[in-house]
Design a protein around this ligand. Structure first.
Ligand code: ASP
Length: 317
C-alpha cells in the first residue's frame, strides 16, 4: 500500500500580482478534487482527470473555458492523460467543441485502440462515447477577446524584466511565443495501489496559428507517466519542450538515487541551457517523492496528501 498524493500546476509565467490569488485558489481546488478521489480509493488516473477537469472549468487558466484564442479568434484545446501502470495514454488535439478535453482524452485511453485524435475526429469520437459537444463561443471569455486583440496589435506583451536578456534571441525567432502566455494546467498523482498517472490540458499559446499543437498533449513532451520512472506534467514554451521530449527526459532521470526533487531543477536547467527554453515541471514517483521547478517568475502549484496540503505561486516559495 502506498500513501496517496496529488500534485498540480496552473501554468508557469509572470503571473501578475493581482492574478496570484485566483491562481493559487484554483490549484488548491484542483488538488482537493484529486485528493478526494484518491481518498475514496480512486485510481491515480481518475484523480488526475478530476483535478484537471476542475482546472479546465476554472476561467483563470489557459484550458477549457477561458483559454487563449488562436489567430482565428477561436479556442482550440489539447489534452493528454497517461497511466503509469499500463503506459496506456489518450490524447486529443485541436478540439473546439469540448468543455473538458481531459475527459475526452480519458475516453480515448479507455475505449480506443488508438492513442490520439484531432479536431472533428476527436469531437466525433467523444460524442459517440457520450460527451456532449458545445459551441466554441461557450469557451470564449470577453477577457480573452480583449487580450487577443491586444496581442494582434503588439508583437510582445509586457516582457518581464527577468527575461529582458533573452529577448534578442526571441526576436530572432519568429515562432517564439508571448511571454505572458503559459497558463496550461496539469496534475500527477500516486494512488494507494502504488500506481502513478499524469494529465496535461491547454489552450496553447496566445494567438497561435490554427492547427498548431504544442508540447502539452504530446506523449513524453508535456506529459508522461511510467511506474518504472515517474509522472511528469509541464508548462511553458512548447516548441523547445517538444524538441527535447522534455517530460520523458525528466521522468527517465528519476531513480532511487535521483529523487524528483533534484531531477526537476536539473531538467529546467537543461531546457534553458540546450534551447533557451522557459517553463515549469512537476514530477512524482511511486515512492510519493515530488519535485517542482520553473525558470519563469512564477508557477502556480499545489499538492495534497493525507497529512498536509501546500500551495504557492513560486517554487520554492
Ligand atoms: N506548453 C503550452 C504550449 O506550448 C503552453 C503553456 O504551457 O502555457 O502549448
Amino acid at each position: 500500500m502506498s500513501e496517496p498524493i496529488i500534485l498540480v500546476h496552473g501554468g508557469a509565467w509572470a503571473i501578475p500580482d493581482d492574478a496570484c490569488q485566483a491562481h493559487q485558489q484554483g490549484v488548491e481546488m484542483a488538488a482537493d478534487a484529486g485528493w478526494h478521489a484518491l481518498a475514496k480509493g480512486a485510481s491515480s488516473l481518475q484523480a488526475v482527470e478530476e483535478a484537471v477537469a476542475v482546472l479546465e472549468d476554472n476561467d483563470t487558466f489557459d484550458s477549457g473555458r477561458g483559454a487563449f484564442l488562436n489567430r482565428d479568434g477561436r479556442v482550440q484545446l489539447d489534452a493528454l492523460i497517461m497511466d503509469g501502470a499500463t503506459l496506456k495514454a489518450g490524447g486529443v488535439g485541436c478540439v473546439e467543441r469540448l468543455r473538458n478535453p481531459v475527459r475526452a482524452a480519458r475516453v480515448v485511453l479507455e475505449k480506443s485502440p488508438h492513442i490520439y485524435f484531432v479536431a472533428e475526429g476527436a469531437e466525433r469520437f467523444a460524442s459517440e462515447h457520450g460527451i456532449p459537444l458545445i459551441d466554441n463561443s461557450e469557451l470564449v471569455l470577453p477577457r480573452e477577446v480583449e487580450r487577443w486583440k491586444n496581442a494582434a496589435e503588439q508583437r510582445y506583451l509586457s516582457v518581464p524584466a527577468e527575461f529582458a536578456g533573452g529577448l534578442a534571441e526571441l526576436e530572432a525567432d519568429d515562432q517564439s511565443p508571448q511571454f505572458d502566455s503559459h497558463d496550461t494546467v496539469g496534475a500527477v498523482a500516486l494512488d494507494a495501489k502504488g500506481n502513478i498517472a499524469a494529465a496535461t490540458s491547454t489552450g496553447g499559446t496566445l494567438n497561435k496559428a490554427p492547427g498548431r499543437v504544442g508540447d502539452s498533449s504530446l506523449i513524453g513532451c508535456g506529459c508522461y507517466a511510467d511506474n518504472e520512472s515517474a509522472a511528469a506534467s509541464t508548462t511553458g514554451w512548447g516548441e523547445p519542450m517538444m524538441k527535447l521530449v522534455f517530460a520523458k527526459w525528466a521522468a527517465d532521470r528519476v531513480s532511487p538515487d535521483m529523487p524528483p526533487e533534484l531531477v526537476a531543477p536539473a531538467s529546467i536547467e537543461y531546457l534553458h541551457r540546450r534551447l533557451n527554453g522557459h517553463g515549469g515541471i512537476i514530477l512524482l514517483d511511486r515512492r510519493g517523492r515530488i519535485g517542482m521547478a520553473h525558470n519563469t517568475p512564477r508557477m502556480a502549484w499545489a499538492w495534497r496528501n493525507n497529512a498536509q496540503h501546500k500551495s504557492g505561486v513560486r517554487y520554492p516559495g
